[in-house]
Design a protein around this ligand. Structure first.
Ligand SMILES: Nc1ncnc2c1ncn2[C@@H]1O[C@H](COP(=O)(O)OP(=O)(O)OP(=O)(O)O)[C@@H](O)[C@H]1O
Ligand SMILES: [Mg+2]
Length: 366
């Protein structure tokens, strides 16, 4: 059996996965709800829209449970999105979504039909992944031990995958640091050669804003600065939660999940249907909270940069950067900040490259 190399970003908002041979990332919202026999009137047109799985893993507290994962869970009354107190290194929910993603990719990526007589699919992975700056030193070993091993995912009512069981074996997990991995991706080509000398050899500040954490690694010649790198237990999610609360108070309309709200914001669709009494506009509520979030981020960056003036440039990354970009540019005034396209995917590509780097030779960048 071929061992696949993959990068997986186990995000509090979404799990992102790239498998070496395909560069299309798989993105699954990190949401689960208890699974049950669904009454299907019309089958969904893609497996990702209806991930209905049983997950068995010796690392889970509750084994062999049924879950709706990702999109299928976003509408559910009983769904769970992660909270500030959750730790992705130890969270069962995150492991469930990650294993579902790895199982899904293994049977979707290649034309991988079962051989005659074979009843379950098997896949072996070496994965690159990461933890926030502040969780890394205490948890990276526990995280690695949790991922490595034999797990099993069975797809139940999922279209096209009904009844398939995948044995997911993770041989090795290479854990790096959120934000820093993103920089490694930006600084290198796919073959790991230097792509950008300024980034590779310089002293670079990163602000990587996720759903629940924001990481501020400082990276000098591709090594993490132990003294100046930090993180905050703060991400976009708490602002989204505030928006959801305020919209409910003002309009009596409740978004069932953060995922649903951000979908609307991404489409710039700010109108909501109020019960029985026409439309409402949530634009000003969004502007207010996103403006505050941006101000907070800009203040944090300014503080860090003052403390460490050697930093040549500052990148703002993560899904938070995509969401807040215009507001951050506004708040930043004359401070020059850099943004990139698809900023929420920079880490996962970095994890894949760092895993490649660790397995191909002994040079140990980061
Ligand atoms: N392109 C985008 N436009 C607008 N918002 C986005 C975009 N991509 C992601 N987001 C939002 O930004 C937030 C952070 O997303 P991101 O994917 O960086 O979080 P995460 O990595 O899952 O979380 P964490 O880093 O805390 O584990 C989420 O609320 C997400 O919905
Ligand atoms: Mg993240």
């Amino acid at each position: 059996m071929m061992i696949k190399l993959a990068g997986i970003d186990i995000g509090n908002d979404s799990v992102k996965l790239v498998v070496n041979e395909s560069h299309e990332p798989v993105i699954i919202p990190n949401i689960v709800s208890p699974g049950y026999e669904r009454h299907i009137l019309q089958e969904e047109d893609a497996p990702l829209k209806a991930l209905d799985v049983m997950v068995y893993s010796p690392k889970l507290k509750r084994k062999g449970q049924r879950y709706f994962v990702g999109q299928l869970a976003t509408e559910d009354q009983d769904n769970a999105e992660l909270e500030e107190t959750d730790n992705k290194a130890t969270s069962d929910q995150s492991l469930i979504v990650a294993l579902t993603a790895l199982a899904y990719a293994s049977i979707m990526n290649v034309a991988n039909s079962l051989h005659p007589g074979q009843t379950i699919d098997q896949v072996e992975y070496i994965i690159g992944t990461g933890l926030p700056v502040r969780t890394y030193s205490r948890y990276h070993q526990a995280f690695e031990e949790r991922l490595v091993g034999e797990h099993e995912v069975t797809f139940l009512s999922t279209p096209k995958l009904k009844g398939r069981t995948v044995r997911v074996s993770i041989r090795r997990a290479i854990v790096s640091i959120e934000g820093a991995a993103a920089l490694f991706h930006m600084a290198t080509h796919d073959n790991l050669q230097v792509r950008d000398e300024e980034l590779y050899y310089g002293c670079i500040g990163i602000c990587e804003m996720g759903a629940l954490t924001t990481d501020f690694p400082v990276v000098k010649r591709m090594s993490i600065d132990n003294q100046f790198s930090t993180g905050e237990q703060l991400g976009l999610a708490s602002y989204l939660d505030s928006i959801i609360r305020e919209v409910e108070d003002q309009y009596g309309y409740r978004f069932p999940s953060r995922a649903k709200l951000i979908q609307r914001i991404r489409k710039q669709d700010f109108s909501i249907q109020r019960v029985g009494e026409g439309q409402g506009d949530i634009r000003s509520i969004v502007d207010n909270y996103f403006g505050r979030a941006a101000q907070k981020i800009v203040d944090l960056i300014r503080k860090r940069w003052k403390k460490y003036p050697d930093i040549q440039c500052f990148y703002v990354l993560g899904g938070g950067a995509s969401a807040l970009r215009p507001y951050i540019l506004d708040a930043a005034e004359n401070m020059r900040l850099r943004f990139v396209e698809n900023s929420e995917l920079q880490n996962v590509y970095g994890y894949l490259k760092l895993a490649k780097n660790k397995t191909s030779h002994s040079s140990e960048a980061m």
